[in-house]
Design a protein around this ligand. Structure first.
Ligand code: UDH
Ligand code: MN
Length: 349
């Protein structure tokens, strides 16, 4: 009898334990179910999230978060509004006034590599700013001084990449831009690329440095050209392409050595792939270029006119799929990432 009571007690305790486990399991399921509804209700999906926005980066060298961490942030913050609320409109940009970077250098909102993202909302795009560079230190100082505050007011999740051509061969702007695209993607999962000359600053912060449904030309009314376009299909200076748009044209040509032509070749590529370009209104697209003389190692490319007449034939095999270079150094400082690269030299004919 005692033995019967003993095994009955054991059975009773086992059953009680089983019921308790079921209750715990059920409550966990209910909590997760309710939270999933809560998340859907709180996070509106962006209207035009570019493709590739959720791709993972190949390497993560720095402060920028991985997509997994992003996902966590996204649960507590709303997407930034289409129109950033703290824009100032027309700006005062004066290259005769010396500027200092000390205030920016202590801006705690900037992380190493000149990376920023707003704390108040989740940016709709991740923007890499790619700057072709050699021997323009003063221009770089002005660019950083004026651009960081503008990009921050535009609530962009952005990083700055200065791609410096090593050595003293003829300059090749478009090839450096291709390198910038590849290297920036190794750093963070960007989905938008703004390609900017070092010496151009917009004078209205409503000119948003982001990507649109079509490739965008941003520097549309430069002081250098009497606040006009030098010609209708001009696509040089500052432009933006989403990752998808960039890949559709096989990136840029690697073969324009010296000044000129590469921007017209990009324009041809876009049209040949059935795209059109968008531009801001004239007053919003006004910008200033720092006055300078032609660089010694960037003389006009005499072959540029012939080259741009063959874009259709060359673009398939000359671009991101044929890019070759070697990285000399990769260094992040407070305000930007500097990547020095060896991009070879022009073929001798
Ligand atoms: N750059 C350097 N170092 C050089 C040469 C060029 O950093 O030695 C970079 C820099 O970012 C510069 C950009 O390449 O802003 C373009 O070169 P640029 O400033 O000499 O070009 P430019 O002022 O641009 O002449 C206006 C071009 C409009 C004519 C359109 C031709 N298709
Ligand atoms: Mn210039």
């Amino acid at each position: 009898m005692a033995e019967f009571h003993g095994s009955f007690g054991l059975l009773q305790r086992t059953c009680a334990l089983l019921v308790a486990a079921c209750v715990i399991h059920l409550s966990v399921v209910i909590v997760f179910y309710m939270r999933s509804f809560d998340i859907v209700a709180r996070i509106p999906l962006p209207q035009h999230e570019p493709t590739g926005a959720r791709e993972t980066s190949a390497r993560n060298r720095s402060a920028p978060d991985t997509p997994e961490v992003d996902a966590e942030r996204n649960q507590t913050l709303q997407y930034c509004p289409e129109t950033p609320p703290r824009l100032e409109g027309p700006l005062h940009v004066d290259f005769s006034r010396p500027v200092k970077l000390d205030v920016l250098m202590t801006d705690a909102r900037l992380s190493l590599g000149g990376h920023y993202r707003p704390s108040e909302c989740v940016s709709r795009q991740k923007v890499a700013l790619i700057i072709p560079f050699r021997d323009r230190e003063l221009h770089l100082t002005y660019w950083l001084f004026y651009m960081h505050p503008i990009l921050q007011r535009q609530q962009l999740d952005y990083g700055v990449y200065v791609i410096e051509q090593n050595g003293d061969e003829t300059f090749n702007r478009a090839k450096l831009l291709n390198v910038g695209y590849v290297e920036a993607l190794k750093d963070y999962h960007y989905d938008c690329f703004v390609f900017s000359d070092i010496d151009i600053i917009p004078i209205d912060d409503r000119n948003l440095y982001k990507c649109y449904d079509q490739p965008r030309h941003l520097s549309v009314a430069m002081d250098k050209f009497g606040f006009n376009l030098p010609y209708n299909h001009y696509f040089g200076g500052v432009s933006s392409l989403s990752k998808e748009q960039y890949l559709k044209i096989n990136g840029f040509s690697n073969n324009y050595w010296g000044w000129g032509g590469e921007d017209d070749d990009i324009y041809n590529r876009l049209l040949l792939q059935g795209m059109s370009i968008t531009r801001p209104d004239h007053n919003i697209g006004m910008c200033k270029m720092i006055r300078h003389v032609r660089d010694k190692l960037n003389q006009p490319n005499p072959q540029r006119f012939t080259q741009i007449s063959y874009t259709r034939e060359t673009m398939e095999k000359d671009g991101i799929n044929s890019l070759s270079y070697s990285v000399v150094s990769w260094e992040k400082n407070r305000l930007y990432t500097k990547i020095i690269v060896d991009i070879g030299k022009p073929p001798h004919l």
